[in-house]
Write a protein that binds this ligand. Sequence first.
Ligand code: UGA
Length: 439
Amino acid sequence: MKLTVIGCGYLGATHAACMAELGHEVLGMDSNMDKIAILNTGKAPFHERNLDEMLTRHTASGRLQFTASYAEAAAFADLHFIGVGTPQQPGEDAYDLSHLFAAVRQLAPRLKAPAVVAVKSTVPVGTAPRVRDLLHEFAPAGDRIEVAWNPEFLRESLAVEDTLHPDRLVLGFATEHSWAEAVLRQCFEKIIEAGTPTIVTDWATAELAKASANAFLATKISFINAIAEICEASGADVTQLADILGHDERIGRQGMRPGLGFGGGCLPKDIRGFMARAGELGVDQAASILREVDAINSRRRQRMVDLARQQLDGNLAGRRITVWGAAFKPDTDDIRDSPALAVAQQLHELGATVTVTDPQALDNARKAHPELGYTDDPIGAVQDADLLLHLTEWTQFSHIDPHHLAARTMTPRVIDGRGTLNADTWREAGWTLRTLGRF
Ligand code: UGA
């Protein structure tokens, strides 16, 4: 099939490459010319495992191309996926849908023949009819444009794997027998034939599938982090506790890693957008649990700052702190709402001299936080440090030998914010180690 993907960020660029991998002819479209230029050389403008290799292969074969032109995109295919960003509005909980509506308004006047517009962006429930209205009003093909809702559940760092082998496929349509269903079933044929649970539903359910999945994932993380607060106060070990809880199949261990909490471009803004939309619908009480989820998550960052201060005898001013981690999670260079950088910045504001290191995210971190110090050497970075903080759990960090590291510093003191450093080995090596969530 021929198809386009409008919006080539983490979601769109990955979707475009994976659709080419499935055998389709794909045109990716993004209004950012720099991004398009990089993508057309077969590289991703961000770090995502296995994506470069797929982009290189399919741009070389000609099956995948990128453009900045809506006219080209509209003329290329009759199936258009939209995966533009829907960030949080500055100073508000609600989503900023301006990129989505701008993309629809740009595409619509160029749609002269019947087409399917399948939206993947995360939105507040009730957005699909607004997209339909715009398309029907501005497209020459009018009501022969069909809107489908196809939420995306991929995780950054596993985006390619999650797109090609999703847990489930959700397809939302305006009516029960929409002709768009056959188009999308053909597009996802290989994924459906592989036995992927495929749920065909209405627009609102499809929209809410994504919002509520992220709300649940955030709740699970904050639940274990709330328990971590009780563990710290009572002498229990939250990691072991999570293992014990996880053996109950109804609870499950996945997505319940205690620590510094969640960040990134999705979970934080999605729980806030969910609360804002519930408020508009007059059911704000139903989402009020998420206010607490957000508050627990913020407290983890504050707790880390407090622990650092405590370890430095109550005085942060002029103290040298090395932070391992800038990305919001390992295996990505994405620093959006990164818990590690939020802690680093707060320590800096309190007078500490902070040096950050990260295997992939240093360029992005430098641009966003020029006030912090940076190095690409996690071992050398401890030399003059009064304290080491482990805030993003890259395997590169947990593989560093604490004996070797202890020999490099006068003050072997570390706080593990992610619970992935082997506490016994580090202590044997002479480190004073404190783990978030353990006594
Ligand atoms: C999240 C969801 O997991 C995806 O299903 C969803 O498609 C995506 O948002 C999205 O809306 O696009 P992502 O933000 O890539 O994916 O990352 P996660 O792996 O969910 O991690 C989010 C944050 O939670 C990270 O900061 C991570 O360190 C933290 N986390 C995750 C924990 O603190 N504990 C855990 O057990 C899991």
